[in-house]
Design a protein around this ligand. Structure first.
Ligand code: NAG
Ligand code: NAG
Ligand code: NAG
Length: 341
């Protein structure tokens, strides 16, 4: 009887293995569950390579059922599922900058330890199956004060969201002409999100959505600067952590776990200079899902437009709409938002 769980891709397996060896948090449950199996190709290393379709495994896994020419099943670590490049590039990157409000309350600490203060929306523990599953990879444009945006009960589960965005993480650095993330680096992003979510009480799905929006999960994303330095995975407000420094010019490969964690912490808990997601959620002054959508606007623009419309203000007009869609399953479908030209 085959051990189907062993058929996860080699890259991801390496990420899990490294985390187990390093004793960092629990290994992520990286079971591959592509939604459209017919779009995946399998490759197996036998004496001659062969290709074919992935099939649904058991329970809830997918794998490449390769039989090599001599009739012996291929070695599992040399079997991988390859997702074809989509016909358009997935949308991400900090194209117009973030203008999080400045704050001065913590003078000497760089990552400021911000936490979501409202118990109704604070999340204190990690639950990887906290949503509806994978949701739908489609895009709906949302505008207004947040009341027309999707309810939290429509959000995907963290585990599905992470697995479904992994393919983008493994390829997003090429947009910046940097080496793409490898398995251990994607594993570091997973560890960092879970750790910082507990520290800040920011829902882990919200942190992941902002990472995908800002950098596609590229650990070597450059610092952008449209008036405020925005370094790192979350393109935070003048933070210190980056694996592609605009100050020293040093690009780190591999990007170490502690730098990845600090990038996520600076974006979520705030920096000495500006707000992170936790402060933005607090400033929304709401105790329902609209807190998150208002927080996205605050993170991107520093303020909500006087009209209250989350599609208005400086920076990226579709920003709040993009995050709402990421939270309900948008990954690769075309970005159906017309407001940013
Ligand atoms: C939440 O944010 C508000 C507004 O910035 C701030 O006054 C408060 O101290 C924050 N609370 C925590 C626990 O971070
Ligand atoms: C995780 O969240 C789901 C959905 O809200 C819930 O049904 C489940 O009981 C939670 N699991 C744990 C361990 O809290
Ligand atoms: C981060 O802080 C260290 C120590 O102060 C400094 O050497 C380094 O240049 C800083 N990096 C960035 C990108 O600000």
């Amino acid at each position: 009887m085959a051990n189907y769980q062993s058929f996860v891709s080699a890259l991801v397996f390496r990420a899990c293995l490294q985390q187990v060896q390093a004793g960092i948090m629990g290994p992520p449950n990286f079971l591959e569950q592509p939604r459209d199996l017919s779009s995946f190709t399998c490759r197996a290393e036998c004496s001659k390579s062969s290709t074919g379709q992935a099939i649904l495994g058991h329970p809830g896994t997918s794998f490449c059922p390769y039989v090599c020419e001599n009739g012996v099943q291929s070695l599992r670590l040399n079997t991988e599922m390859i997702q074809p490049a989509s016909s358009h590039d997935p949308y991400f990157s900090n194209r117009k900058g973030n203008f999080q409000s400045k704050h001065t309350s913590y003078e000497h600490i760089l990552a400021t330890g911000g936490q979501v203060s409202n118990g109704a929306i604070a999340v204190s523990s990690i639950n990887n199956t906290d949503g509806v599953g994978a949701g739908k990879d489609s895009y709906t444009q949302y505008c207004g004060d947040g009341s027309e945006f999707p309810p939290r009960s429509a959000w995907v589960s963290f585990e599905n969201m992470f697995n479904d965005n992994k393919q983008i993480m493994f390829s997003s650095c090429s947009q910046y002409s940097q080496a793409n993330d490898d398995g251990p680096e994607v594993g570091s992003i997973y560890n960092a999100i879970q750790q910082v979510a507990v520290e800040t009480k920011v829902d882990h799905r919200f942190i992941l959505a902002i990472i995908m929006q800002e950098s596609g999960g590229c650990v070597r994303v450059p610092t952008s600067n449209y008036g405020v330095r925005n370094p790192g995975l979350m393109q935070d407000h003048n933070g210190n952590a980056t694996c592609n420094s605009d100050i020293t010019g040093v690009v780190q490969n591999p990007c170490p776990q502690d730098v990845v964690t600090r990038m996520v912490r600076e974006g979520s808990a705030g920096t000495n200079d500006g707000d992170g997601l936790a402060q933005c959620i607090n400033e929304s002054d709401k105790d329902d899902v609209t807190a998150f959508y208002i927080a996205t606007r605050l993170y991107n623009s520093g303020a909500v437009d006087g009209s209250g419309d989350l599609c208005k203000g400086i920076a990226t007009h579709c920003y709040s709409s993009d995050i709402a869609n990421r939270l309900t399953g948008w990954v690769e479908a075309p970005r159906g938002c017309s407001l940013d030209g």
